[in-house]
Design a protein around this ligand. Structure first.
Ligand SMILES: Nc1nc2c(c(=O)[nH]1)N[C@@H](CN(C=O)c1ccc(C(=O)N[C@@H](CCC(=O)O)C(=O)O)cc1)CN2
Ligand SMILES: [Mg+2]
Length: 285
């Protein structure tokens, strides 16, 4: 039976350390500030933005939640980003995704100052990630890496299979694993023999957004399973991208959903916002 990698517990431990750092920074006259921008009223996005604001406030950070109607134009959103880029009380800017279809998300993400890009989605910061330079690391993959480290998983020489190739999880998490000397395979909807690929993995990172798509009998005995999926099935139930119970029979360690990667995403956002404030305070922002 697998060890459960408890994202909630790891997140709490990190947040306690961040709170102490926020206090220290405040004693020097700097309060880290995060602006979250939500366009439209997607119910899941509303929940995430609220969680981000609450998490900031709990740590003693300043947070501003900006909501705009679903009909907002790209120009209006770009003007708002420009204001936030120039606001000295704001160290981090986060535009909640997805955006409505009339808005080009790439253009909006590129308008955020790289020094305030706490989501790590600006092409400048993506480029730094690709080349292994210090940068704001995107929050979900960053959280995955911290969980692996906390679980004592050394990636050097390991076969990592990432299922999913999104810009916000699959691609960056693959780069981060490569940086830690893993041999990385990125799989997607056109991959031939996906079960065979997953069966070869020492570490499986599932980020496809399809409920329980990765079957328990695809997991190699003793593998580590990181489930990034947060899929709502029915009214209330949340499931991951992995068939949890069956996979846990074979894995050596596995993350649950909820309470796995999810809480780490917001924790790493808090971490990045604190780092942005420190850099601004030292004149490097
Ligand atoms: N601008 C961004 N947009 C989106 C990101 C992102 O990192 N930046 N990621 C996802 C959604 N996301 C944060 O925005 C996110 C998803 C899930 C959780 C989380 O804590 N999940 C909990 C369950 C919470 C619930 O009950 O719904 C868990 O897994 O335990 C946090 C953040 C897309 N958009
Ligand atoms: Mg769009």
């Amino acid at each position: 039976m697998a060890t459960i990698i408890d994202g909630k517990a790891i997140a709490e431990k990190i947040r306690a350390d961040l709170a102490a750092q926020v206090k220290e920074l405040q004693s020097r006259g700097i309060t880290p500030g995060l602006a979250t921008v939500l366009v439209g009223s997607d119910p899941a996005s509303e929940v995430y933005v609220r969680m981000k604001g609450d998490a900031c406030n709990k740590l003693g950070m300043h947070s501003v939640k900006i909501t705009r109607p679903a009909e907002t134009t790209e120009e209006e959103l770009l003007a708002l980003i420009n204001e936030l880029n120039n606001d000295p009380a704001i160290h981090g800017i986060l535009v909640q995704l997805p955006l409505p279809p009339q808005i080009n998300a790439d253009r909006v993400l590129e308008a955020i100052s790289p020094a305030k890009d706490v989501d790590g989605f600006h092409p400048y910061n993506v480029g730094r990630l690709v080349t292994g330079k210090p940068t704001f690391q995107p929050c979900t993959p960053y959280g995955v890496m911290v969980m692996l480290q906390e679980a004592g998983v050394d990636l050097a020489g390991k076969e990592v299979v990432v299922v999913g190739r999104s810009n916000i999880v699959g691609k960056p998490v693959a780069l981060m694993c490569l940086q830690r000397n893993a041999t990385v395979t990125i799989c997607h909807s056109k991959t031939r023999d996906l079960p065979g690929r997953v069966r070869a993995a020492d570490v499986v990172i599932a980020a496809v957004g399809v409920p329980e798509m990765i079957k328990g009998d695809w997991i190699r005995e003793g593998a580590v399973v990181i489930d990034v999926g947060v899929n709502r099935v029915g009214e209330k139930k949340l499931v991951g991208d992995v068939e949890f119970a069956a996979a846990a029979e074979r894995a050596s360690a596995i993350t649950p959903v909820p309470g796995g990667v999810g809480p780490m995403t917001i924790t790493m956002l808090l971490h990045n916002t604190l780092e942005a404030a420190k850099m601004a305070g030292s004149g490097k922002g």
